[in-house]
Design a protein around this ligand. Sequence first.
Ligand code: 3EB
Length: 349
Amino acid sequence: MTARLALDAPPLRVQRLSLAESLKLADGGRTPFGGLGYGTPESLAWMPGVDARVLSGGGPMADVWLAGEHIESGITGAVRWRSDGHWTLGAIELEEAFERQGVAALAERAYRDLFATLEETGCNHLQRIWNYLPQINGDGGGMERYRQFNAGRQQAFVEAGQAAFEGAPAACALGIHQGALAIRFLAGRSAPLAIENPRQVSAYRYPTLYGPRAPTFSRAALADIGAGDLALFVSGTASIVGHETQHLGDVVAQTQETLRNLRAVVAEANARGSAVFDVANLDIVAYVRHAADAPTVRHELEAALGAEAGTLQGAVFLEADICRQDLLVEIEAHAVAAGSLNVLDAAAA
Ligand code: 3EB
């Protein structure tokens, strides 16, 4: 048994582009499958954005996804989605002010609609999720809003029969200053291989110290995206060893610890297939709690990877709150490389 894509499946591709390059690509005749914009205009329906300030010099950026020629779009509950039949990209926006329910119930509803979309499009396997929660560290009536979010999210996974522990999708969860609860997701027809970080307790096994229900994500996911390539989706990665935050108040040391975690996750992924991923060649988004820390984080990445590293060329820096009060920086990433999963791992995915 292998996890290879059906032979007729067009490969999934992703490109990190400036807004201008994204628009040119969209005008060029081939409709992009979808995009995830950073600082891009709200009017682009195919490219839902992140409502956070872009701190990198290149201005608005996007990850533009390409898939099959025939793209269907639809609305399922709170989800706007696009699908080529093999891959589904979806976006959820829920304005809390209009919803009259707590964050846990809101998250549960969002994820219920997300899972309904997977059913409807026949792409039942989540690969990657991006969560943006307004005021993530704020109080949600006796419990931090992020912890409430975790409760509702895990509940929805369990109710939908989706992997809430081992095998959970890769994800990130950031705080935005204002706006709606925003969730973006990529799903496909087969399960990716979940990757953990040996330096860290799996997030879905965090002790209740961090909230009654654990966060639902794996450290990374490795997916066969067709035409002989694997995609690596690296979840939000921060200065956590075991389950504890390291280097309180020290953004330099937190960035270095985050890099050690990124290297560990990439090494785990490389051990599971023939593709060779490299921390120096990832498409990253670096989220900093304090805008003034962005140059410091960039400097640390340059010192570790070299200023000319691909990782730094297209790096997007965003101002956002991190899900733990004591985290100052979080880095997420994806990359594509030629290769296939180890046969045994493919069978297990
Ligand atoms: C951590 O390692 C940092 O709740 O979906 C990173 C990635 C984090 C995803 C999530 C949270 C999430 O625990 C926080």
